[in-house]
Ligand binder design. Structure first.
Ligand SMILES: [Fe+2]
Ligand SMILES: [Fe+2]
Length: 339
């Protein structure tokens, strides 16, 4: 602290930027929560990707919907032994912590190489929020004593664009199913409400992240010289195959005590049964994912693009399963008639 500030009886600058003068009122928190879920550009007319208006809307959306919650003040509820066991035995904690660790680094690396101040700000902020997710998880894991395998060192990506694409597309895929799973868990009541409420802003943040990614992707394609497009689209296809491969593989690692950790990369699709004690029906689950996906995006300017891949895949799968069930039902009815 400078002598002049000390002499004037003022606190240090670090004290000012690290402490709020008062605790936020309930209304403020409600307002913050509302603002994080609703945003519209004041610009009239279409927002065409590649235009300055679209780019500014994308960055403003991300900045204006920022939720300033602090992981350090989250109160972790006490859990009964059964709930504690249910949470600690989910095969996701290593992957969740490591995914956030990788995402923050990859997004920061991509933001670092950008020139455009708006896009740079949005993606750098996204990196900061991933770091905050990691902190939320770290605090939770510590509070409940969840054993983790040691994290491998996080290495700066060599191919920054590829790494950013992998992170962005996997967030789009995983978030779509996570929205449904989260709602399923909330309805089932197997987890305490305080815990659900703690992770609610994290879920909504992922919705903002994939909204940003979908619009960045459209912007990036629109401003890219035409001769680069074929190579870029090949890389996108490569990323999608890589994600498919990654989602189909289980990850095995060992902690300090030599205990094996088997983690499921595809938990957001396969983990539904861990969220509820009722039998999960595929059609109902996919319908829930689609409904939740729509609900989470509903408050944002409809001129901003939404991620399409996971909802499209879910609709296709739903159509296929419904058709199969109808055919099977018909066959069953014919067999009964014949008998
Ligand atoms: Fe995250
Ligand atoms: Fe994210």
């Amino acid at each position: 602290m400078s002598d002049a500030r000390k002499a004037a009886g003022k606190s240090s600058l670090a004290d000012i930027y690290s402490h709020l003068p008062d605790s936020p009122s309930e209304k403020t928190l409600e307002q913050v929560d509302y603002d994080a879920r609703h945003w519209s550009s004041p610009v009239k007319g279409p927002l065409k990707p590649g235009t300055p208006e679209h780019k500014k809307a994308m960055a403003d959306m991300f900045r204006d919907t920022f939720n300033p919650y602090k992981p350090s003040v989250i109160p972790w509820p006490e859990l009964d032994p059964e709930t504690l066991h249910r949470i600690t035995s989910l095969p996701i904690w290593d992957i969740a912590v490591q995914t956030e660790g990788k995402a923050r680094l990859r997004m920061a690396a991509y933001a670092d190489m950008l020139e455009d101040p708006d896009v740079k700000d949005a993606i750098a902020r996204n990196a900061w929020e991933e770091n905050r997710h990691k902190e939320v998880l770290a605090r939770m894991v510590e509070h409940y004593g969840i054993p983790l395998a040691p994290e491998d060192p996080y290495i700066e990506p060599r191919d920054t664009e590829w790494a950013y694409l992998v992170t962005g597309f996997s967030e789009c895929w995983d978030s779509f199913f996570a929205f449904g799973l989260f709602s399923l868990a909330e309805k089932a009541g197997l987890f305490p409400m305080e815990l659900i409420e703690t992770f609610e802003p994290v879920m909504q943040e992922e919705c903002r992240h994939i909204l940003l990614f979908a619009n960045w992707l459209a912007y990036h394609r629109a401003v890219m010289p035409l001769w680069r497009r074929p190579w870029f689209e090949m890389r996108v296809i490569g990323v999608l195959f890589f994600l498919l491969y990654e989602r189909l593989s289980l990850v095995r690692s060992f902690d300090d005590d030599g205990v094996e950790h088997t983690q499921d990369n595809n938990f957001t699709v396969t983990g539904a049964q861990s969220m509820t004690d009722k039998q999960v029906d595929f059609v109902e689950l996919m319908e829930l994912c689609l409904k939740e996906n729509e609900r989470r995006f509903a408050g944002y300017d409809p001129r901003l693009l939404r991620p399409q891949m996971a909802p499209f895949a879910a609709r296709m799968a739903l159509g296929g399963v419904r058709l199969w069930r109808r055919l099977r039902g018909q066959k069953g009815a014919e067999a009964r008639q014949a008998a």
